[in-house]
Design a protein around this ligand. Structure first.
Ligand code: NDP
Ligand code: 8X3
Length: 252
């Protein structure tokens, strides 16, 4: 029987690449996001290309009611979830603490922290009923090091790091693996979102070096999920070769 993966934020970047990677290995995929047209397009591509079942679910992870209404009412054939990838997330702005926008801070906290908690809380009972599972949380190098202007984004990712550690401790009794993947700079839509559509500012983040690609993180997530039942990668920091810390890059 095919396994099932649920990936939040699969309309672009890591989530979209991870969906393709798992689908290529014949996982059936539950994919989520807010942009319905894009999500349905990704679902159709996965079905056509990989001949698997796909369940696209449109909701905002910040919306507690929508998260629980949707995930607590999954069709019965979708209730057996082997891997949950908490990937949906964003940065908004990179302003100094005193200039940063309060609404941006709240959106990051509501998405990166509370959204991850809501989705996990809805799915963990299904994993417990199945006697096991694997949760993969997308942290960031910002979970390990703060940087100028990173303030609340870094704080949300440090929360993801702490939540991952505490999930691992609390869920070990249920044979649920918990892996946190902490990427450095990766060329996705992340910076376009962070800089609110300023494409020039966004692309300048990746100039002069080869940043991580979404497929690199998809390969790593799939590797973590492919290990034998007795093996769990707990915590993984991954950067491109040209990045040595949150702020140290070798640029040509
Ligand atoms: P993208 O912007 O390409 O993708 C983000 C995804 O998250 C989209 O599918 C988006 O879907 C979804 N998303 C955002 N907000 C919400 C929301 N409120 N509800 C539901 N879905 C949402 O960025 P990445 O792929 O790069 O980012 C994925 C994760 O990786 C994030 O958690 C990010 O913080 C983390 N990360 C990124 C790094 C990078 O340099 N790119 C490095 C380290 C970590 P939609 O807009 O359709 O809702
Ligand atoms: C995204 C990478 O360095 O902008 O999490 O925080 S960084």
């Amino acid at each position: 029987m095919n396994k099932t993966v649920l990936i939040t934020g699969a309309t672009s970047g890591f989530g979209k690449a991870m969906a393709a990677k798992f689908a290529a290995a014949k996982f059936n995929c539950i994919i989520t996001g807010r942009r319905e047209a894009r999500l349905l397009e990704v679902a159709e591509e996965l079905k056509q290309q990989f001949d698997i079942d796909v369940l696209p679910l449109v909701f905002d992870v910040q919306d507690k009611t929508a998260v629980f209404n949707t995930l607590e009412n999954l069709p019965s054939e979708w209730k057996s979830i082997d891997v949950l990838i908490n990937n949906a997330g964003l940065a908004l702005g990179k302003d100094s603490f005193e200039n940063a926008n309060l609404d941006d801070w709240e959106t990051m906290i509501d998405t990166n922290v509370k959204g991850l908690l809501y989705v996990s809380k809805a799915i963990i009972p299904l994993m417990i009923a199945n006697n096991g599972g694997h949760i993969i949380n997308l942290g960031s190098i910002a979970a390990k090091e703060v940087y100028q202007g990173g303030n609340v984004y870094c704080a949300t990712k440090q929360a993801v790091d702490a939540i991952s550690q505490s999930m691992r401790i609390d869920l070990v009794q249920h044979a649920i693996k918990v892996t946190a993947i902490h990427p450095g700079a990766a060329d996705t839509e992340f910076s376009i979102v962070r800089f609110k559509g300023d494409n020039q500012k966004a692309s300048s983040v990746y100039e002069g070096y080869t940043a991580l690609h979404a497929n690199d993180i998809a390969d790593i997530a799939f590797y973590c999920a492919s290990l034998p039942p007795h093996v769990c990668i707990n915590d993984l920091v991954v950067t491109c070769t040209a990045q040595a810390s949150a702020t140290t890059f070798f640029k040509s």
